[in-house]
Write a protein that binds this ligand. Sequence first.
Ligand SMILES: Nc1ncnc2c1ncn2[C@@H]1O[C@H](COP(=O)(O)OP(=O)(O)OP(=O)(O)O)[C@@H](O)[C@H]1O
Ligand SMILES: O=C(O)C1=C[C@@H](O)[C@@H](O)[C@H](O)C1
Ligand SMILES: [Mg+2]
Length: 201
Amino acid sequence: MLPNDRNIILIGYRGTGKTSVGRELARRLNRPFHDTDVLVEAREGRSIRDMVDQEGWAFFREREKAALRSLETIHRCVVATGGGAVLDPENAGVLKAMGWIVLLTAEEGILVRRMRNDPASHGQRPSFSAKDTAELSEQDAIRETTEILTQRMPIYRRLADLVIDTSSATLEEIVEEILCRFSLNGSKEAAASDGSGSRGG
Ligand SMILES: Nc1ncnc2c1ncn2[C@@H]1O[C@H](COP(=O)(O)OP(=O)(O)OP(=O)(O)O)[C@@H](O)[C@H]1O
Ligand SMILES: O=C(O)C1=C[C@@H](O)[C@@H](O)[C@H](O)C1
Ligand SMILES: [Mg+2]
């Protein structure tokens, strides 16, 4: 398989922008986009939050694993993962074999602010603690985020082929960095989808 045929997989904590960046990157590359959270919700016919409330985290993690397995043989796609998908070592192995892994990061305070301002948070993002995330003070939410990131960052970093701090970057800038890093900027697929086909190579 040519390097440019590999999938591009986005990993990282909640609110780092995996879904937003993935959607835009797929549009720029004219590639299919898959989001494991969206797949799980579509298959289950309910939100992740409802799944976790009704069945618990282990149930959701099993469904997430099955969703990831169903993507194992795709190529030339962009994939956004759930923030905790990489915690399962088997999932991590599947993702690593699937393509280039891009880790998105951001400062804790920014992550908390993004999640609080995102209307999707309230109906769809289950709380990690007993309280609803929206009910936590900003300080407690930052503390919770810092604690979880301390556990997860070594796993995220071990898997990553590229790390991008999104704290003060726009979606466009992040997408450009990914295209540039994997030499996809001048590719026919990128050129064709951004309307600059005659200039591309
Ligand atoms: N670079 C950015 N700058 C500003 N806002 C951003 C950026 N990236 C994402 N956001 C905003 O942050 C919120 C969360 O983004 P998104 O849903 O893409 O994150 P995610 O990593 O997919 O989260 P989750 O793990 O919960 O699925 C959205 O409201 C989105 O518009
Ligand atoms: O960080 C996490 O553990 C999660 C992130 C979201 O993408 C969802 O997959 C779910 O809310 C769990
Ligand atoms: Mg997402």
